[in-house]
Every structure is written in C-alpha cells, then in structure tokens.
Design a protein around this ligand. Structure first.
Ligand SMILES: [Ca+2]
Length: 206
C-alpha cells in the first residue's frame, strides 16, 4: 500500500517535472516569480506559473496608481473559459474622473498575421467609457480582410485594485496557444502608460 502510494507520488513528480521542462522551453525566464519554496522548487513553480507576469510598481507614465500594472495572469478556468486578471498599484475609483480608461490584454493568436499592422488579433479589456465600466473582447481579425473589429461584451469584475475578465476561447478564435501582454491607457487614441511585461509577450498554451 505504502509502495503503491509512493509510486504514484513519484510518477506525479516526474510528470510535473516533465511538464515544467516543456514550459521552460517556451517561457520567457524573467517574467515569473515564486516565493514560498526552495530555490529548486521555486524554479519548478515558476515554470508552472509561466502565465503570470510581475511588473514594477511606479513605472507607469500615469500618476494614477490604478493605471500602474503590478501583476497580470491568464489562466484557463473551467472548460474553454479564460480568466484574465490584472492587479494594479492602487484601487480603481468607483467613478473615475477621466472620460476613458482601459485595462487591456493583447493576444497574438497568429504570429503570421498583423491586423492593421499590429501583432495582436484580439483584445480583452475592461473599459471605463461614457460613465460606465464594460468588459469586452475585440476581435481584430476582420481588419485583415477590410472589415471592422467585432466587439463582444464579456463578464468582468473590479474589486479595488484587481480587474478580472472572463472570455470563452470561442470568442478568441479557439486558439490552442497564443502570446499576450497586459497594458493600460487613458483612451484608445493616446499612448499606453504601462505594459506588463515591459517588452515582449508571454506564451500561453492549453
Ligand atoms: Ca507597472
């Protein structure tokens, strides 16, 4: 009985290490952190959490702490639903004074295409516009054939300094993998004020 249990545990550990090695080959090393385990285990944990990005506090071009990304994460939650989370340096006001604010995830689902010259085929975002918050997926792929982006409303939440958005993989073209970043900007026609990571994209694979 004990031997069987040990065998199972050992097998799981091997599977875990193999899985981590697989992720290591695609992950960008400096993007992830773990803080609870030994150095060796920390490395393993970092690989398994390769969809997490930590970003510096205070590096935003906006003085508003709620436009300063400090943490972002993309995980699959339930069958076919992606959970996007962004943590900011300060809480988002219930009624921001700015007319337009965006907390954005850019998704590059096809490295071979660049709708309107940009790398990202999809945008997942929470937007403060016209006096209300909305959660949206923006499908930019129609731009490749002269069409207009398709905007779909999706569930979202704001809890203090944490923004969450939920999107079905179907609204994102059912990708088996993609690369992403998180960003903030005070309006769609002005510069971004913060990116996480500062440069490059984070791989996500089912
Ligand atoms: Ca930041």
């Amino acid at each position: 009985m004990y031997i069987n249990k040990l065998t199972v545990v050992a097998s799981l550990a091997i599977l875990s290490i193999l899985s981590c090695k697989k992720e290591l080959s695609t992950a960008s090393g400096s993007l992830v952190q773990g803080d609870r385990l030994t150095a060796f285990a920390k490395n393993l944990e970092a690989h398994t959490e390769s969809k997490v990005v930590h970003d510096a506090t205070g590096d935003s071009d906006s003085p508003a702490p709620y436009m300063d990304v400090v943490h972002a994460k993309v995980t699959e939650q339930g069958k076919g639903t992606l959970f996007f989370m962004m943590v900011l340096a300060g809480p988002i006001p219930e009624q921001p004074s700015a007319p337009d604010l965006l907390w954005i995830f850019h998704l590059d689902t096809d490295p071979a295409t660049a709708p309107r010259g940009l790398y990202n085929e999809y945008i997942v975002r929470v937007r403060w516009i016209s006096g209300a918050f909305v959660g949206q997926v923006v499908d930019r792929t129609p731009l490749l054939t002269g069409g207009a982006p398709i905007i779909t409303a999706v569930p979202f939440s704001i809890d203090g300094r944490t923004v969450k958005v939920f999107a079905h993989l179907g609204t994102l073209g059912n990708p088996s993998s993609f690369k992403w970043n998180a960003a903030t900007r005070p309006g769609v026609a002005v510069n971004y004020v913060d990116f996480a990571p500062d440069s490059g994209l984070v791989p996500w694979t089912r």
